[in-house]
Write a protein that binds this ligand. Sequence first.
Ligand code: PLP
Length: 416
Amino acid sequence: MLYYKKKIIIIKHINMKKFNFYNFLNLLKLESIKIEKTINLIASENYTSLSSIIYSSSCYINKYTEGYPKNRYYSGCKIFDIFENKSIIESQILFNSFFSNVQPHSGAQANASAMFSLININDKILSLDLKSGGHLTHGFKKNFSGKNYNIINYCLNKNNLLNNKNIELIIKNEKPNLIILGYSSYQKNIDWEIIYKIAKKNNCLILTDISHISGFICSGLIKNPINYSDIVSSTTHKTLRGVKGGILLSNKRKIFNKINNSVFPGQQGGSISNNIVGKYISFKESNNFNFINYSKQILLNAKIMLKTFIYRGYKSMSIDTVNHMFLIKIENNSSFYIEKLLEKNNILLNRNFFPNDLKSSKSPSSIRIGTSSITTRKMKNKEAELISNYICDLIEKNKFSNKKIKILCNYFPIYK
Ligand code: PLP
């Protein structure tokens, strides 16, 4: 009887385990199928390579590596030191920089560490207004940046362009300690050199956040701001196509140590060791001629998609884009509704503020479209045009067969 009871308990136990195990496997399977059958136009996302996924899910998931190579606060980091050093060197080659810190867990943490290295709490920061395309970490009132620093903003002008003269005027009048360049949605180039000269004349430091455009910068399609910034920060997972994380770069010798100290122990404890190994693999992949062609196709796809929308009568910030993303104004509908309608039809993107937006963040005036992910699955000019037309049809006629999307996705698998 006891045995019998025990057996039941054991069987129950095993069944429970199996149930949970298969349930989670099913969820993962569902998610993978969804990803394969969906067109992803979220400008912040991309698909990293299988090698980067495998390396970033390695045995280093378990390892604490607090500190820096040869100066760790836990034992057993000798082999990891090799990976971190390689990751640092690879990123320095990629961005032509003398210094790199590959430890920030994310773009937000990279920005926090950069600010921590350059200025003091309550100092004045001049950054791009959120509604003009700035990022939360550049001074939004609920973010660490808005809470710890005195934020003033520059905005886009009537033509949705940055105005260097206006920036100069604000710097002269307001004397900020730091200006943040970089954006989450902008379709033109920034003249890093002019703003650098203005800032230096006025004793203002520069943090350039290249999170969105880092892939274009290492491909040479957008000018590298490394010599026109005190610190350059970036995420590693957008156009750079790496595993999720952040990175800090600089060519200013005097602040190398400050940056290292503000990442660890300033902002974080142990780094995500497995991600540093993943970052190394993806930096290596981006340091390759094929990556330049890949970036060129991302750009071409974005230009073609935008041109198609404009041809169909839609408005954007400008008639062209110099990077992977663009905004489309949603005039007779809610952008929240359009985002959800597209999601139901296997197309992912996000709603976004349009310059000088009067609407709320719940349903701002535009949608943002990015072409990194479709380009990673090798979609080119024809597919870019098709997808734009599908979206226009869906917005205008409110009906559409997502079979077309599924067929397109079958032709262009991500990981097969
Ligand atoms: N900076 C910019 C310009 C971004 O667009 C983003 C994220 O989208 C970040 C920083 C923050 O990156 P993360 O989400 O990795 O914290």
